[in-house]
Write a protein that binds this ligand. Structure first.
Ligand code: GRG
Length: 302
């Protein structure tokens, strides 16, 4: 399966829908709208919206009908990147190949752009209901997004990630403790927002609970695959292709690469790919696209 030709048209649909969704929000203060659109339009890979669409299609739904939910998810993801780049967090100058939001709009402008994207994401998500998706399913998707992005999800992971800075340079840190902490960080900071689109797509298509659970387990493993690849790219990737500067080492981050070395991280990545694919067994051949996406995540160069 040529996974790029699967991803590309869907990613371009998301690009357009995101701009329309933000332009359609009424009475937004113009400089705020400009900062929101600046970061949203900077050309992310759109893998989370694509995953949401793929999950919805797996259970008989149509990507077109859940585009607002896909946009909502990308808005939450973009807010997290804007805030992560702030001087108080990772202090990065480059994101998606452009100066970071705070470099262009100032720190207050970037904080507000992130706040607005996070909150307005739910306005956009709720517009799904007008596309013949039953209200109960939309509510369920909103509750998944809030839980996976919030205080027991992505924000918890970010909090642990900041606390763990410099952890490995402390003397006598037991390896098992570092490994457990790394797993917690990656599961929440990254995998929660990779499992969320799969769970949301399943909820919006009305999937049965058992199938939705199986896809969610796959999503968490896929998130670890994605993050392991990211940790390796941060060390050996081409910074121009990545569109970011690679700040893990500078910030003393706890990553697969800093804990196990690049070769060790590659071994972990291969093992995680196997674990993720094993979670797809209940879906048989219906899951071909998810097998291809797993390989794409593991082998990506940006
Ligand atoms: C500030 C609450 C808060 C959370 C920040 C997203 C994040 C959490 C931190 C960014 C740093 C990082 C390594 C996060 C792990 C997830 C990840 C690899 C994000 C980048 O996602 P991509 O590669 O980015 O999909 P694009 O730009 O393609 O959308």
């Amino acid at each position: 399966m040529d996974i790029r030709s699967y991803i590309e048209p869907r990613a371009r649909m998301v690009d357009k829908a995101l701009v329309s969704a933000v332009k359609a929000l009424p009475r937004v203060h113009p400089p705020l709208r400009e900062a929101m659109l600046y970061s949203l339009s900077a050309g992310g890979k759109r893998i989370r919206p694509v995953l949401l669409g793929a999950a919805c299609e797996l259970f008989g739904g149509r990507f077109r009908d859940v585009l607002p939910a896909a946009c909502a998810l990308e808005m939450v993801h973009t807010y997290s990147l804007i805030h992560d780049d702030l001087p108080a967090m990772d202090d990065d100058d480059l994101r998606r190949g452009r100066p970071t939001c705070h470099k262009v709009f100032g720190e207050a402008g970037a904080i507000l752009a992130g706040d607005a994207l996070l909150t307005s994401a739910f306005t956009v998500l709720f517009s799904c209901e007008s596309r013949r998706i039953p209200a109960g399913r939309v509510l369920k998707a909103a509750s998944i997004l809030a839980a996976r992005a919030g205080a027991c999800g992505m924000v918890a992971g970010q909090s642990a990630d900041l606390e763990a800075e410099g952890f490995l340079s402390k003397r006598g840190v037991p390896r098992a403790r570092a490994s457990a902490l790394l797993n917690y960080i990656h599961l929440h900071k990254t995998a929660d927002l990779i499992a969320a689109p799969l769970e949301m797509g399943a909820a919006l298509a009305g999937a049965a609970a058992r199938e939705s659970r199986a896809l969610s387990e796959f999503g968490l493993k896929l998130g670890l695959v994605f993050q392991a690849a990211d940790d390796i790219l941060d060390v050996v990737g081409d910074k121009r292709k990545l569109g970011k500067s690679g700040s893990d080492a500078r910030n003393g981050k706890l990553t697969y690469a800093s804990l196990y070395g690049v070769e060790g991280a590659r071994r972990r990545l291969r093992s995680l790919v196997g674990q993720a694919k094993s979670k797809l067994r209940p879906f048989g051949r219906r899951a071909a696209v998810f097998h291809a996406l797993t390989d794409f995540f593991a082998e990506r160069d940006r």
